[in-house]
Structures are given as C-alpha cells and as structure tokens.
Design a protein. Structure first.
Ligand SMILES: Nc1ncnc2c1ncn2[C@@H]1O[C@H](COP(=O)(O)OP(=O)(O)O)[C@@H](O)[C@H]1O
Ligand SMILES: [Mg+2]
Length: 256
C-alpha cells in the first residue's frame, strides 16, 4: 500500500476548476517530484493533501486512511507535514523557537519536542550553530533549511515541500538537494514540488508533471526524463529544459 495515494482529485478556486482528475502516489521512503510551471496547480495539490483546501471530488489516503476531508491538524498527527511555498519563518523568533513551533501539536511533551529538535540539529548542523540567531537575519538558503527543519518537528512519514528551491542561488540549491537526500535517507518520504527540473531529476525516484491542472506525464525518473515531450509539454513549445530552467527560475524568484 502506498503511503500517499491521490485518486481522481478535482479542485476549484471559486467557480474556476484548477485540478482535473489528478492521480499519483508516493511510496514509503520515496521521493516523488511534482513538476509544473507557474499556475499548473502544484500548490493546490499540496493544499488538498494537507487538508487546507477542500477538493470538489476525488480521494486522498495516507497510510490507507481516508484524509480527503480531514482537519489539517489530524493530517499532521497522522504523519504528513506540509512546508508551504514562500519560506515563511517567524523572523523575530530564534531558530530554536521557530523549530519548537513546528511541534505545536506535541507542545506539552517537552522531552519529545527536545528530542525532535536534536534530531533536526543532527540533520542540519548549521541550524544548531545558529540556534539563538533570529530567523529573519538568515540567508534564503538557511531560512529554507529552517522551514524544512520545522516541518520535520512533527516527525512526519511524508514531507511535502512546495518549491523549496524558488529564488535560491545555485550553491544553495545544491545544498538543499543534499539536505533532501539526507531526509529521505532517514526514512522520510518526500513529495517534492518543483519547477527546477534538474533538482527533481537528481533526487526523485518518480516524476509527475502537471500542466493546467492535468497530469500530462508520470513515471520513473528515467522514463519521464527520456520522454521527448517533457521539454515541450512542461516548458512550452520549442524550449529545451536546459535553456528554459534558469529563465523560469528568474521569473519566479524571490530574494534569497
Ligand atoms: N486563492 C486563489 N483564488 C483563485 N485562484 C487561485 C487561488 N490560488 C490559485 N489560484 C489559481 O489556481 C491555479 C493553480 O494555482 P496553483 O495551485 O497556485 O499553481 P502552482 O502552485 O503550480 O503555481 C492558477 O490558475 C491560479 O491562478
Ligand atoms: Mg505554487
């Protein structure tokens, strides 16, 4: 049984349909990349699986349990942690305080929270060095590391990362890739939502490509990468991924 199973998901924003019959799954300990350009529907998928947006039809199961219309806090308890796009740290709080907030559902079990924090510090020693620093004073790459660390504080079986590379410098993207690989090596599955094709190709076991709310390609990374349609369908006619990725990033970037 898959860890996350999304079947026939349809969703609207107001009257506008934005997801059409989206199906894919994430196995235990797997990295699955959900790729697509701006407006493809990636964030809406993330919000549907984490209970923040109610789909109009379709089904989402986590570890065999139907979570389609569950309260987001219950979904967190059952093992799904969603790191939303935009790297939202609490800027005036320290690194340690930001991490602690990631375990708010376990807030009273202080020893559990402390153990989880130490686990995050082992995965991200840079955060340990900066535990008393205010989050707002860190670089974009460090803030991304912090929000991922905060996402790990609920001890998820599945981490959903919405465009973690957006706006990061190439060196920070490389470091992010190593961090995500380390998280998977620790047994946590990752749904990696990205526009950065190279990062996805490097990390993912399987790829799912969304365009205009439809899954247009999915399969093992090797299969999808070899499909000549990927450049055309994902990036628009006539563009090759290598040429288009940096421009796509620029158009989408936020300060790092
Ligand atoms: N809150 C919203 N209200 C209305 N339309 C929205 C809202 N959020 C997203 N959309 C629309 O839904 C579509 C998918 O958006 P989104 O899921 O954010 O895509 P992505 O994350 O791939 O950029 C887009 O056409 C976008 O304009
Ligand atoms: Mg998005």
């Amino acid at each position: 049984m898959a860890l996350l199973e999304v079947r026939g998901l349809c969703a609207r924003h107001g009257a506008v349909p934005v997801l059409h019959d989206v199906s894919f799954h994430v196995g235990r300990g797997e990295i699955v990349a959900l790729l697509g350009g701006n407006g493809a529907g990636k964030t809406t998928v993330a919000r549907c699986v984490s209970g923040l947006h109610r789909p109009s039809s379709g089904e989402v199961t986590l570890d065999g349990r139907d979570i389609t219309r569950c309260d987001p806090r219950r979904i967190v308890r059952w093992g799904l942690s969603h790191v939303s796009e935009g790297r939202r740290v609490f800027p005036s709080l320290t690194v340690e305080e930001n991490l602690t907030l990631g375990a708010y559902l376990d807030g009273r079990r202080t020893h559990v929270v402390a153990e989880r924090r130490e686990g995050v510090y082992r995965t991200f020693p840079r955060l340990a060095e900066r535990r008393t620093q205010r989050a707002g004073s860190m670089s974009g790459g460090e803030q991304q590391m912090l929000v991922i660390g905060r996402g790990l504080m609920s001890a998820p079986a599945l981490l959903v990362l919405d465009e973690p590379s957006a706006g990061l410098a190439p060196a920070s993207v490389a470091a992010l890739g190593e961090d995500i690989a380390a998280i998977r090596a620790g047994g946590t599955a990752v749904l990696l939502i990205e526009q950065h094709l190279q990062l996805a190709l490097r990390l993912a076991d399987r790829l799912v490509v969304l365009r205009d709310g439809h899954v247009i390609l999915s399969g093992s990374t090797e299969e999808v990468a070899a499909d000549p349609r990927i450049g055309r369908m994902y990036f628009g006619d006539g563009d090759s991924p290598d040429r288009v990725v940096p421009e796509t990033r620029q158009a989408h970037s936020s300060p790092s």
